[in-house]
Design a protein around this ligand. Structure first.
Ligand SMILES: Cc1cc2nc3c(=O)[nH]c(=O)nc-3n(C[C@H](O)[C@H](O)[C@H](O)COP(=O)(O)OP(=O)(O)OC[C@H]3O[C@@H](n4cnc5c(N)ncnc54)[C@H](O)[C@@H]3O)c2cc1C
Length: 285
């Protein structure tokens, strides 16, 4: 097996262009995918490039205009512990696996792996997060929602590396995040839902939701959201059925469809009822 260990991002991008070596960050997905059995070394079919030392991909910062920039090597623990990170991302990161996993698993790996059950793409898509993809020849930006095109499928080119995740400031008065897993530690999502609402002077100025583990990729419907956006809070209750039915139509869960559809509908309805009853701004779970 060929394994490259570049010392900086430029070297990494040159290796990536020349060899198409697969980037390995925390290795928590890659090592499992390549494993051959207990006590046997993982067998990689392609060259591997260990990127976990690259300082250019590390850290979390907030730019002058409020844009949050999360390096692709930021671990779930770093994200969960950073108060500057928008609530649903922080919460999702805090519920990933057990603490040892959270100390190793990176945001870049979670996005590039593109599992429909991966926890971070869901709140990232809620917040319209964008990725910076670097190659030796160019840099481009793309929304996470456009980067992941299906289960385990992305538009990452074989000379590119995810450099960072960028999220512009979002106005929100109410947040909701809930993940249903099988057990507390190491529970892969059965279902997850994030909601963001911005209420100003009794009007629902913004409303977004995103559903994880409910289809081949994270589900979000701007059309359904438009049913509620701009409505007075006093009218929200009368639109709940229309909204939840529209939301239900975008879900395509392949396992336990009834359970996933019913749970999602109930969580959305409960949140909207609270909102229509004048719920205080804050975080709901
Ligand atoms: C026991 C266990 C429990 C788990 N629990 C959860 C859970 O609760 N929730 C959850 O979402 N996931 C879970 N996972 C899956 C995994 O830990 C996450 O997907 C993790 O975020 C992957 O990050 P990584 O750095 O380890 O990725 P790696 O394994 O290093 O890489 C994964 C993929 O991403 C690519 N990649 C990595 N970094 C980059 C980059 N910067 N640019 C381009 N491509 C890149 C790799 O080439 C590979 O294809 C679990 C895994 C295990 C083994």
């Amino acid at each position: 097996m060929n394994c490259y260990i570049p010392e900086n991002l430029t070297e990494a991008l040159e290796i990536r262009k020349k060899t198409h070596a697969v980037p390995m960050a925390g290795g928590t997905d890659l090592m499992v995918q390549a494993k051959k059995g207990i006590g046997i070394n993982p067998a990689f079919k392609t060259p591997i490039m260990i990127i976990s030392y690259l300082s250019e991909l590390k850290g979390i910062k907030v730019e002058d205009d409020g844009t949050l920039v999360i390096g692709s090597l930021a671990t779930s623990s770093e994200i969960a512990d950073d108060e500057r990170v928008f609530y649903p991302i922080r919460k999702a990161a805090s519920l990933m696996g057990a603490v040892s996993l959270r100390n190793t698993a990176t945001i870049g790996g979670n996005i590039a792996n593109a599992s429909p059950k991966g926890d971070l793409p869901q709140p990232l898509i809620l917040l319209d997060a964008e990725l910076v993809l670097s190659s030796i020849d160019r840099e481009r930006m793309i929304k996470v929602d456009d980067f992941i095109i299906g289960a385990k499928k992305t538009v990452l080119q074989d000379d590119e590396i995810i450099k960072e995740v960028r999220i512009k400031p979002v106005k929100a008065t109410h947040y909701f995040y809930h993940k249903i897993g099988t057990r507390k530690a190491n529970a892969i999502s059965k279902l997850s839902l994030s909601i963001l609402a911005d209420v100003e002077d009794g009007i629902l100025k913004d409303f977004r939701a995103s559903s994880g583990a409910s289809g081949d990729k994270v589900k979000r419907s701007r059309d359904a959201e438009m049913i509620l956006i701009g409505k007075p809070i006093s009218e929200i209750a009368s639109h709940i059925d229309e909204f939840t039915s529209a939301w239900d139509r975008i879900l395509s869960p392949h396992a336990m469809p009834q359970y996933r559809r019913e749970s999602t509908r109930r969580m959305l309805s409960d949140f909207l009822i609270k909102l229509s009853e004048g719920a205080e701004p804050g975080i709901y779970e």
